[in-house]
Design a protein around this ligand. Structure first.
Ligand SMILES: [Zn+2]
Length: 344
C-alpha cells in the first residue's frame, strides 16, 4: 500500500469528529449507575465467544514466511495459496477462489494471481461482514537502507503474513463457535506489487480491485468490511528505528484517514472495543491516508476500515521477518475482531 499525500493533513472535519467521539466517550463514562432500570426482555443466548490464540496465529505467520517470499510467479506463492485454501477448508469455510492474470508495476510479465475467500455462516441472519488481508509479498525491498538489497524480495512477515495469520486464527475460532452473522474472509493477492506505473493506483491493490470488479455470483456482497495489514509489529529495536517518517519501536494503530472519512462509525466501534479490552496499540489519533485493499470496497459503497500500522520500521525491507513481529500485536487485533463479531 502507499500513502496518499493529499490527505496527509487531517481535515478540520475529522479533528471535530475525533473531538466529538472523545466527548461522547467521556460522557458515557460519567453516566454509569443510578436511575430507574427497566428490565429488558430476555435476549436469546449469545453465541459463545471463542478466545484468540495468539501463539497459534504466530505459528501461521511463521509458516507463511517459511514458504519464502510469496512473490508473483514463485513456487512459494503457489504453495502458500494451497496452504491458505487448506487452512480455510479445515476451519469449515466454503472456499471460493477468484483467479485472474495481470502484469504488475514491478514487472511486464503477466502472472497468475488468486484471491482466496472463505465463506462462514452464510445462512445466519444479519449484515454480511468481510474481513480482509493481503497474502502476497512485495517483489522488491525498495525501502531497504542498503541499496544493494533493494532488488531482493520482501519476506513479508509483517507486510502480508501478519494480517493473514490473524484471519486464519479467527477462522479457527469460527469452527469452535459459529459466528452470529455471515462472515467472508478474503485473502487478496497482488496488493503489494505497485510502484510508479500508469496502471490504476500505480499498480497497487490489483487483487482487491479485480475482485470487486468481478465479484463471484455465489458469494454474498458485504455490508461492511474490515481490513488488517501490517498488524504484527514488535517493540524490539530494528535497523531502521529512528528513521524520520517511520513509526518508532512501539506498535501503534492510528485511525486511517480514508476509513475515517468513509466509515467513521465503524472506526469508532472498533477503537471503542479495543480501548475497552485494554489494547494499547490502538490510538485514537488520525494517521495517514493509505491506498490499501479497503479502497475498492469504499468506492463500491461499502463502509470499510483499514486497521494498519504505518509505517513500521521494517516496511519494504529485507528485515520484514518474524523476529521483528510479535504475537502480542496479533493478539490485540485478533481479540478486538472477535469481540466485534461476538460481543457487540
Ligand atoms: Zn507492502
Amino acid at each position: 500500500m502507499y500513502v496518499n499525500a493529499i490527505w496527509q493533513v487531517p481535515s478540520v472535519r475529522m479533528m471535530r469528529l475525533l473531538a466529538t467521539l472523545s466527548v461522547i466517550l467521556t460522557l458515557g463514562a460519567s453516566c454509569g449507575g443510578g436511575g430507574e432500570v427497566v428490565p429488558a426482555p430476555p435476549a436469546p443466548p449469545a453465541p459463545q465467544r471463542p478466545a484468540f490464540d495468539a501463539g497459534r496465529a504466530f505459528a501461521d505467520l511463521e509458516a507463511q514466511v517459511a514458504f519464502g517470499p510469496r512473490v508473483p510467479g514463485s513456487d512459494a506463492h503457489e504453495r502458500c495459496e494451497q496452504f491458505l485454501r487448506q487452512r480455510l477448508a479445515e476451519a469449515g469455510a466454503r472456499v471460493v477462489t477468484h483467479d485472474f492474470r495481470s502484469a504488475t508495476a514491478l514487472s511486464d510479465t503477466e502472472y497468475d494471481f488468486t484471491n482466496v475467500l472463505g465463506v462462514f455462516a452464510e445462512d445466519a441472519p444479519g449484515d454480511v461482514l468481510l474481513l480482509g488481508a493481503h497474502w502476497d509479498s512485495r517483489a522488491k525491498a525498495d525501502e531497504d537502507p542498503d541499496p544493494a538489497l533493494r532488488d531482493r524480495p520482501v519476506p513479508g512477515a509483517n507486510d502480508g503474513a501478519s494480517g493473514v495469520a490473524v484471519l486464519l486464527e479467527i477462522a479457527r475460532a469460527f469452527q469452535t463457535s459459529e459466528p452470529p452473522r455471515p462472515v467472508i474472509i478474503a485473502l487478496f493477492d497482488a496488493e503489494d506489487q505497485g510502484g510508479t506505473s500508469p496502471m490504476p493506483y500505480a499498480g497497487w491493490i490489483i487483487g482487491s480491485r479485480t475482485l470487486v470488479a468481478e465479484w463471484p455470483n455465489d458469494v454474498p456482497w458485504p455490508d461492511e468490511m474490515i481490513l488488517v495489514d501490517l498488524v504484527g509489529g514488535d517493540e524490539e529495536h530494528n535497523p531502521r528505528v529512528g528513521t524520520p517518517g517511520l513509526s518508532n519501536d512501539v506498535f501503534d494503530l492510528k485511525m486511517e484517514q480514508r476509513s475515517l472519512q468513509a466509515a467513521p462509525d465503524l472506526v469508532d466501534r472498533i477503537w471503542t472495543i479495543a480501548e475497552r479490552r485494554g489494547h494499547e496499540g490502538f490510538e485514537r489519533t488520525v494517521g495517514h491516508a493509505i491506498t490499501d485493499d479497503h479502497v475498492p470496497f469504499i468506492e463500491a459503497g461499502v463502509p470499510a476500515v483499514d486497521i494498519i500500522e504505518f509505517v513500521p520500521p521494517e516496511w519494504h525491507t529485507v528485515d520484514d521477518t518474524p523476529e521483528h513481529c510479535s504475537a502480542n500485536s496479533l493478539e490485540q487485533v485478533g481479540d478486538t475482531l472477535l469481540e466485534f463479531i461476538y460481543g457487540e
